[in-house]
Ligand binder design. Structure first.
Ligand code: DGL
Length: 287
């Protein structure tokens, strides 16, 4: 029997889980690795050169080590910057996640759109180009919030967001009475979509890239056939912020967590004894 495609879904943090969910739903039966560069989190406030180098380094290691069929960079902050470098270096197709400006412009009636992302994403030239190309006649209001990224990280570790704080974060967008659409231009934010909608002072369209990325990924895997869901494994670059995530990861279908050091030159060799399934170890210790 033919091996299922191996899909690497990469982010700085838990935001990649929102993309993983959309891709898994669309492509059941594929083998998934959710890779999280939590050692270098957050990406959204990093300088551009530093971020390109970091993403190139870590994704390069993961690609050599795990040999995915396809790579999804499930991070707007990284995709709006590092895709040309990655695509020039990697043999696999690389799918990026960038702000869903085009569908938001099509959906908006008032043509006033909020762009909610990291500081990095909302300030990028790439994002401005998307606005120029696909949001003719629209007014796009940018709002960068690294705090919202933090809130999503905490939510996935069991701390629910505070409604008043979310309302405060969103207030610059909703100060514009004609706003009717908000682009969730950071993959962390769809994880809070229910809470953001509840905190918003009035209903608007919330637009993210998950479904479009899933369709794009499927289009690049023509030989793929649906099969039973196999869950996913997860790989982190640091053990330090992990433990609180175990219940969420287990609920979502994660069956293995590994942690790898990216500081040496061959950290992901299959002989590396530091690369252990710590998820199972913790389960055993807890029981
Ligand atoms: N999830 C990421 C994004 O889509 C990055 C968040 C961060 O590390 O700042 O931009």
């Amino acid at each position: 029997m033919r091996e299922p495609p191996k899909i690497l879904v990469f982010d700085s943090g838990v935001g990649g889980l929102s993309v993983l969910a959309a891709v898994r739903e669309h492509l059941p039966g594929c083998e998934f690795l959710f890779a999280c560069d939590n050692a270098a989190f957050p990406y959204g406030t990093k300088g551009e050169t530093e971020l390109i180098e970091r993403v190139d380094h870590v994704v390069g290691i993961l690609a050599r080590r795990w040999a995915p069929t396809l790579i999804v960079i499930a991070c707007n902050s990284a995709s709006t910057l590092a895709l040309p470098r990655l695509r020039s270096r990697l043999s696999q197709p690389v799918v990026g996640v960038v702000p869903a400006i085009k569908p938001a412009a099509a959906q908006s009636t008032t043509k006033v759109i909020g762009l909610l992302g990291t500081e990095g994403t909302v300030g990028r030239l790439y994002t401005q180009q998307l606005i120029n190309d696909f949001a003719h006649g629209c007014r796009v209001i940018p709002l960068g919030s690294s705090r919202l990224v933090e809130i999503a990280e905490q939510a996935m570790r069991g701390t629910p967001p505070n409604d008043a704080e979310l309302r405060h974060i969103l207030s610059p967008l909703f100060a514009e009475p004609a706003l009717d659409t908000v682009v969730l231009a950071c993959t962390h934010f769809p994880l809070l979509s229910r809470q953001l909608a509840a905190a918003a002072p009035r209903p608007v369209h919330w637009v993210d890239s998950g479904a479009a990325i899933a369709r794009r990924t499927a289009s690049l895997l023509p030989g793929w056939r649906p099969a039973a869901d196999r869950g996913f494994s997860a790989n982190f670059t640091s053990p330090t912020t992990l433990q609180g995530l175990y219940p969420t990861l287990a609920d979502l279908g994660c069956h293995e967590i590994t942690v790898c050091d990216t500081s040496d030159s061959h950290p992901f060799s299959t002989n590396n004894t530091s690369d252990k399934n710590i998820f199972n170890q913790i389960d055993r210790n807890d029981s």
